[in-house]
Design a protein around this ligand. Sequence first.
Ligand SMILES: N[C@@H](CCC(=O)N[C@@H](CS)C(=O)NCC(=O)O)C(=O)O
Length: 225
Amino acid sequence: MLLLQFSTSHYCRKARLALGYKGISYKVENLTPGLHRLKLKPMTGLSTVPVLLPRESGKAEYIADSTEILKFLESYRSQPSLLPPPEQQTAAWMLEDWLDESIGTATRFVYYDFRAGVGKQIDPSWSSQILIQVVRRQYQINAATVHLAKERIKLALAVLQPWQERPYLVGESLTVADIAAAALLSPLALIPEYRQEYPWLFERIKEIHEICREPLPPGLVEVER
Ligand SMILES: N[C@@H](CCC(=O)N[C@@H](CS)C(=O)NCC(=O)O)C(=O)O
């Protein structure tokens, strides 16, 4: 399989976590932001990564959108399953969808706001700062939208409280909800306020990366156990 991705995208991380959990071997192709549209739009009708190309006869030519990729991987290889028992599956998919549509966007806002301000020293190079400004303009990241994003993240971290007491958000094993939360909240690992206030969050993110055999996201390598 081939995963078309941006190496730094938290949505692509979500797809990689699921591929790793399933033990599926795959290659990645890192697309260049901006030029990616020329390749993706004619193929999928969307302009976003991740896109998975199974490259197997009898399978879809491509699967666009990380949620669709998770569904495809579950049907492609059923074990280990990314789903809880049937009566809990709606809850798991609802969490996955909310984390994907609402919280993944909010972490992008807070992350790029941080990288343009206090976190500038992480990579002060012109190329990095220009990319950050392009992303800020593309998604209309400004003081007002960042404020709203921070409020949404506060709510999300209250909803994810069960992670403090137990390793999985729904049921007794890892599910799509854990994968989505671990990937889509991972950009917060570079932001000191979140690291200080929510240490349990980063412990869980780290554990899930280990279970899925995915390298840790930036900022998490120094988390002590
Ligand atoms: N809901 C989508 C969101 C994917 C997404 O927003 N990807 C971003 C990278 S983090 C992207 O490709 N942006 C480029 C663009 O919109 O042109 C998914 O789960 O795949």
